[in-house]
Design a protein around this ligand. Structure first.
Ligand code: HQG
Length: 188
C-alpha cells in the first residue's frame, strides 16, 4: 500500500498562516522568540514555542503552509532549519535584501480616505518597515480593498531609481521602499 499524504484544509492553512504572520512579523516576543538578522528564526524553536503556547503545529504542516500560502508570505532558508516572513514586518529588522533595479512603474493600492494625505505627504511606511508596492494594478487594487474603497497610485519608479532611491524586492515579489514623494505619484 502506498503512503497516503493527508493535506490540511484551507481554514487550517489560513489559521496557521495568520498565527505565523503575527509572530514572525509583529510580536515575536509574545512567543518568546527573537528574530535573527534577516528575520530568521529556528524552525525547531518556533515549533517548540508554538506548542508551549498551546498552538500545536507539526513540521509537515509548516512545510505545507510555506509551500501553499496564497502570497508566499514565508520562506525557509536553504538548510530548511530557519524560517522567516518575507515581508510585512512592523518589528525593527534588517531583511538583508540587496537594492534592485525596479520596473519603470510600480503600483500602490490604498483606501479612498487616505488619498488626500498621500497626495500631500507622499507614501509613508506608517507602522510597517517599508512602503509596499505591487508590480501590477490588480494586486494593488486588492491591497487597497483592505482599506475601504480602493484607489490605486502609479509610482514613477524609473525616475525614483534614477534619483538614487533604493528599491528592494522581497522573496515573494513585493517591492519595498522607504517612502515615495508626492511628485512621483500619479492617481489612476
Ligand atoms: C497608507 C498585505 C495616509 C497606505 C498587502 C496604506 C501588502 C497613508 C496604509 C502589505 C500615507 C498602511 C502591506 C499617508 C501611506 N497618509 N495614509 N501619507 N502613506 N498610507 O497595511 O501597503 O496580506 O501597513 O496607503 O498585500 O496596505 O499582510 O500597508 O493604506 O503587501 O501579506 O497607510 O500587506 O500583505 O497600511 O499593505 P499597511 P499596505 P499581507
Amino acid at each position: 500500500m502506498g503512503m497516503l499524504r493527508v493535506f490540511m484544509n484551507d481554514s487550517r492553512l489560513v489559521k496557521i498562516s495568520k498565527y505565523l504572520s503575527k509572530h514572525l512579523r509583529h510580536t515575536p516576543e509574545r512567543l518568546g522568540l527573537i528574530l535573527a538578522p534577516g528575520g530568521w528564526v529556528s524552525v525547531e524553536e518556533l515549533l517548540a514555542c508554538c506548542a508551549k503556547h498551546r498552538f500545536f503545529v507539526t513540521r509537515s504542516e509548516l512545510e505545507e503552509v510555506v509551500a501553499k500560502n496564497d502570497k508566499q508570505r514565508f520562506s525557509f532558508d536553504t538548510t530548511k532549519k530557519l524560517i522567516r516572513a518575507n515581508q510585512g514586518h512592523s518589528v525593527e529588522i534588517d531583511l538583508q535584501l540587496e537594492p534592485q533595479i525596479p520596473p519603470a512603474i510600480l503600483y500602490h493600492g490604498t483606501g479612498k480616505t487616505s488619498v488626500k494625505s498621500i497626495l500631500d505627504k507622499g507614501l509613508l511606511k506608517m507602522s510597517r518597515h517599508h512602503v509596499h508596492l505591487s508590480q501590477d494594478i490588480e494586486t494593488a487594487r486588492k491591497v487597497g480593498t483592505r482599506h475601504g474603497y480602493p484607489v490605486v497610485f502609479a509610482v514613477d519608479a524609473a525616475s525614483m531609481h534614477e534619483a538614487g532611491f533604493s528599491f528592494y524586492c522581497s522573496d515573494n515579489g513585493v517591492w519595498l521602499i522607504d517612502s515615495v514623494g508626492p511628485e512621483y505619484l500619479h492617481r489612476i
